[in-house]
Design a protein around this ligand. Structure first.
Ligand code: NAG
Ligand code: NAG
Ligand code: NAG
Ligand code: NAG
Ligand code: NAG
Length: 435
């Protein structure tokens, strides 16, 4: 038995080490910071947050443009269109000069970020790489007959086989690439209705919160729209019982005053202020990310970010699978144990069952004014000053240090869980030998 336990220990160690290796990530912004000739390209990577999409990929080739080529590309484009151009220049495979010049059969189709995250129709998100006459390597859209305007110029950075940065002469384009829907001309209500978020669309219209959203759009807005099914979920509190002020708070809780496409949500740590936030972490949301899955965590339940309806910097509209229920309105903490690594924090758990189990009010936590009616919907000043310290340990974001800090402090976090695993395994060994 002891031998079996020892094997398990080794196995766990191996897994943990693998985790350490895969959490170290590249940072395209930092890499390009070293090259002034790509500063415009780099600046647009940041503005459009495509840098987060690139950094989240373990195998990627960035085709970069010099400031000259970039400025003629962006001269007439919306940021949403620039975003798609940058995504089409991001190949989801590793290409260094050697591989480029020795393509099997002289030509290869590769997929791009535009195919996986953009609005590509058919295989328009693929790029055809071809060895042209005269030793040149050309890149073109997968559309038959597309011109190889973009050609390879030089290698900028190679981190085999994860990240390659290559300079190309021109952008890759095709007719229709630059026709992203724009937030300015989008009818939000119509957009939501079309995506089967009719109930949410009706609520934001009747409560007037849509005006709050629209006012925030200039400076940055991210909206989480629950689909119609979410309003029929078992265990959902009766929203018609909310006061008008609390309904407004609930709806404002479904929006962030910043631009956060999905890839950027994944990188966010701790409490994220919503339009309903009153400071001190109240009405903040947090993110639980696992692979490509992103969920918003209210502290009471988690709601999966399902799809993106609109992504036009600085406005993003996502659908979510359940109504986001702020603890401050609906009371009850997820677990009676002191905040920490409770089972409720496991990011893998499906959101649906938690919705139904969460709302059971726990009177124990009622020292904060919890009842929907009791909450005064007044500006921060009213209830924050003396509440602040008492509430501090509780904010939504504090629950999951090992998950949340992994990217930034990967080594530390994984190291700590390593220690925990070793301790657990040693305990198992001791237990086994006692038997
Ligand atoms: C990447 O590098 C940039 C510039 O050096 C820095 O501002 C940014 O925080 C880094 N991003 C991550 C995710 O570490
Ligand atoms: C590099 O690529 C390998 C194989 O795809 C992957 O396992 C590893 O996590 C990657 N490393 C980084 C830093 O992304
Ligand atoms: C920019 O767009 C305007 C209006 O769409 C068009 O008239 C103009 O020719 C474009 N300029 C360039 C350089 O493409
Ligand atoms: C790439 O494009 C060229 C020219 O249109 C075409 O001949 C070739 O078959 C394409 N390659 C692939 C892999 O589709
Ligand atoms: C937006 O769409 C809704 C529903 O489709 C419609 O009732 C409303 O009039 C539209 N608003 C504007 C400003 O076009």
């Amino acid at each position: 038995m002891a031998a079996a336990a020892a094997h398990r220990l080794l196995f766990l160690l191996a897994i943990s080490l693998a985790a350490v290796a895969s959490t170290r990530a590249h940072n395209i912004t930092a890499i390009l910071d070293g090259y002034s000739e790509y500063s415009l390209y780099n600046s647009y990577l940041s503005q459009t947050k495509v840098c987060d999409e690139i950094n989240s990929r373990s195998t990627v080739t960035s085709l970069v443009l010099t400031n000259g080529a970039m400025s003629s590309l962006v001269s007439n484009l919306s940021l949403a269109d620039v975003k798609n151009a940058l995504r089409l220049l991001t190949l989801l495979d590793y290409y260094d000069p050697k591989k480029l010049h020795s393509l099997h059969g002289g030509s290869e189709l590769t997929t791009t970020l535009y195919q996986t995250t953009g609005d590509a129709s058919g295989d328009m998100g693929h790029v055809n790489i071809t060895n042209l006459r005269g030793g040149k390597v050309g890149f073109a859209s997968a559309q038959p007959g597309a011109k190889f305007q973009a050609t390879y110029t030089k290698s900028v950075k190679e981190e085999p086989y994860n990240l390659s940065v290559l300079e190309v002469s021109d952008p890759i384009t095709f007719p229709g690439l630059f026709s992203s829907p724009s937030a300015a001309s989008t009818n939000l209500t119509a957009l939501l209705e079309k995506a089967v978020c009719k109930r949410f669309a009706a609520l934001i219209a009747s409560s007037g919160v849509i005006k709050t959203y629209q006012a925030a759009m200039d400076k940055g807005l991210t909206l989480f729209a629950p689909n119609d099914d979410a309003f029929h979920a078992k265990g959902l509190p009766d929203l018609s019982k909310l006061t008008a002020a609390d309904l407004v708070t609930l709806l404002e809780y479904h929006a962030l005053p910043q631009y956060a496409p999905k890839a950027s949500l994944k990188t966010m740590k701790g409490g994220i202020p919503t339009l309903a936030s009153t400071g001190n972490g109240k009405y903040d949301l947090s993110v639980v990310a696992k692979g490509d899955d992103v969920s918003m965590d209210t502290g009471m339940d988690k709601s999966r970010v399902a799809s993106t309806l609109l992504d036009d910097t600085p406005v993003a509209v996502h659908t979510v699978d359940s109504v986001l229920l702020p603890r401050e309105l609906f009371g009850g903490a997820p677990s009676p144990a002191p905040a920490g690594e409770s089972a409720a924090d496991t990011p893998t758990s499906a959101p649906a069952p938690e919705v139904s189990s969460a709302p059971a009010p726990s009177p124990k936590h009622d020292k904060k004014k919890k009842k929907p009616k009791a909450k005064s919907h007044s500006p921060p000043a009213a209830d924050s000053p003396d509440m602040a310290p008492a509430d501090a340990p509780g904010p939504v974001g504090d629950g999951e240090p090992s998950d949340k800090d992994q990217d930034k402090n990967g080594a530390t976090a994984v190291g700590m869980s390593l220690v925990a695993m070793v301790l657990a395994s040693v305990a198992a060994l001791v237990g086994a030998s006692l038997l």
